[in-house]
Design a protein around this ligand. Sequence first.
Ligand code: ADP
Length: 313
Amino acid sequence: MSNIVVMGECMVEFGKAEQANLYKKSFAGDVFNTGVYIKRCIENQANVSFLSVVGDDEISDQMITLMHDEDIDSRFLYRSTQDKMGLYLINVDNKGERSFTYWRETSAAKKLMHFIEKDGGIDKLNGIDTLFFSGISIAILPPEDLFTFWQYVAQLKSAGTHIVFDPNYRPALWPNEEAARSAFNIAFSLANVALPGVDDHIALYKARNAEDVADLLEEIGVDEVVIKNGSQGILVSENGQRSYLKVEPVKEVIDTTSAGDAFNGGYLSARLMKKSVTESALFAANVAKCVIQHKGAIVDKKAFAEYLINHPM
Ligand code: ADP
């Protein structure tokens, strides 16, 4: 059975409840969402582990219970006795526009490299097939820890682990654009697979379209590139060979939260099942399509399972 590790931060989310002035608690984070969707698509054909740090408190216990309900392995999840999980509120204004307020500056996940170091280094992950991380996973690490992280990624890659990166650019998490660009350039140069969105590259690399994204990543030398561009389609570059895939636009979009994360989950699960790049991207688009027709980052388990029956891999 293959082993995939997703690395990043899961936060406590407070979104609007039906009643005014009440918030509904859940748990979310980009790579965590992806991990959930990989596991739901692949079930017992692969082991999905979450590499992160949470607190040693009741709310972290609840998050671990959710992980176990989703069959996500917690063997690489560290628990801090000093720090807690990050938290955010989703506010919705009277026009339906969402905004976010974060409390994550001191979150436990930022200390991940220290926990790995204390645990004897990255050797523990030797032998895993795939490591997936995002621009958010690295943005939260202190700059001095990022250097350690690159060494770990290089070590895993030379031991045969497939490295997968989605830039998921969040300007507020970076001191400036240059810091983000230089980190992303290192991540792309280490990645076997890149799963970028066009919007991130418009913001950070002045890309004009998916072709500009492909130009950059082919030049850096990423072998497998799948470029998301909302309903405008997908551009795939496999060893420099490009193909364009159509996405059937959803007529009634309910909530685009985690569309990209769900896409990544669908894509990676299909690749783990040895589907081709094109088959995997089409399946990923179907998974994302389901998610944007439901509220929230993680769709109700039963509704998702029913959707998969009608849209199999
Ligand atoms: P992100 O959430 O990272 O910004 P996108 O907006 O590109 O990423 O969405 C990710 C994927 O979700 C797309 O590649 C596409 O497959 C699907 N998707 C997004 N919006 C739509 C839409 N309106 N209709 C159909 N599919 C969509």
